[in-house]
Design a protein around this ligand. Sequence first.
Ligand code: NI
Length: 248
Amino acid sequence: MPTDDAEPLTEAERHHFGRQGFLALERFTPAAELARLRAVYDRLFAPGAPVPARDRLELAGGADTPPQLPQVLSPDQHAPGLRHTAAHRSALRIARRLLGTDARLTGTHAIRKPARDGAETPWHQDEAYWDPASEHRAISVWVPLQAVTPDNGCMWFRPGSHRLPVLPHRLIHPDAHGLAVADEDASARAVACPLPLGGATVHAGRTLHYAGPNRTDEPRRALILSFACPSRPLDEPRAFPWQRPEWS
Ligand code: NI
């Protein structure tokens, strides 16, 4: 791991991000921190965990089906053990290098794909969830807590898609809170990003991305740290009619 005053990304990594809209980093979370984070993380998803209903959102399934893509919003507010980690510090330094010194942490969430059962996270652009009346400069750092492969739900990206506008999206399920891009060809030329234990990926707000279902016997745990510069109102606001009314 780089020390806190080292350059957080190489020149080649910054250029790759600028051209492709994503990065795969093989060394990100220190091994000693991973085991501790996994234990805290699993307690958050256990029955009876102290997470209010408003911060437990099912992304893919209906109201009457077992959770397929359970998500906890702001996990670090409900589990102090997830705060002040080396992963947070590294992610902030990367965000400031890529976005500018006014980038700050704007949100965290955790998505746990159950063993042998987790649904796919369909292709989408994160900006499709955000305020259509504002301009956004943002990245997300995706921090899995185990090695990831196409079999357990690693991330996939479409290179260069960060330069696209926000494409039309739809809700994955009318009762759920996840979005999917409407264009069936979104996965064309997609690149899988398997990672060793301790790796992470970084993507821009408009980079098209996807994670497959989990076909393994272990849950697939991921923490997502989002960073942005202060957003500015657009001269001509867009319309994102796929958003749920409570998001605005
Ligand atoms: Ni996303």
